[in-house]
Write a protein that binds this ligand. Structure first.
Ligand code: HEC
Length: 131
């Protein structure tokens, strides 16, 4: 199963955060908000989703903290613990909400790395805990 995935090559090299995350995603391990999720948000979302950033200004979604993420936008929550299919937070990563896709600014076919999408989805599916 692992061999079919494109990031296997990395997994055999030096072990750093995202690769560990990729392997975790395949097994039954628990995803950690602090160790797995937050680094992804920091690198790919927070630049716009922090006070003053354009994602924050437009939607009210602040992803600099667990509390901010769980609070959601000015219209309500984007994370529905236990359900990554209905959570806007994870739905927008593959662009299934009125053409809106995150992180904003990707080309038509672009998405966040698949391993990151899987990590975020799994974290939501496991209950979106502040772990
Ligand atoms: C380049 C800036 C930018 C980046 C990077 C970015 N966003 Fe956004 N985001 C926006 C903007 C702007 C909006 C408001 C869109 C709108 O309402 O039209 C938004 C809105 C959202 C919303 C709320 C959508 C709704 O239902 O109103 C979610 C959820 C979201 N972003 C998730 C993410 C995630 C997750 C990431 C990282 C993977 C991310 N964003 C990265 C700019 C960004």
């Amino acid at each position: 199963m692992i061999a079919a995935l494109p990031f296997t090559a990395y997994a055999m090299g030096e072990s750093v955060q995202p690769q560990d995350g990729a392997l975790k995603v395949l097994g039954h391990d628990e995803i950690s908000f602090k160790k797995d999720v937050q680094p992804i948000l920091h690198d790919h979302c927070v630049s716009c989703h922090q006070p003053g950033g354009k994602g924050y200004v437009k939607s009210g979604l602040d992803m600099t903290s667990y509390e901010g993420l769980m609070k959601g936008t000015k219209y309500g929550p984007v994370v529905i613990p236990g359900n990554s299919d209905v959570s806007t937070f994870t739905k927008l990563l593959t662009g299934t909400n009125k053409g809106l896709k995150m992180p904003m600014g990707l080309n038509a076919t672009g998405t966040l790395d698949r391993q990151y999408i899987l990590t975020l989805r799994k974290w939501v599916a496991q209950g979106a805990r502040n772990n």
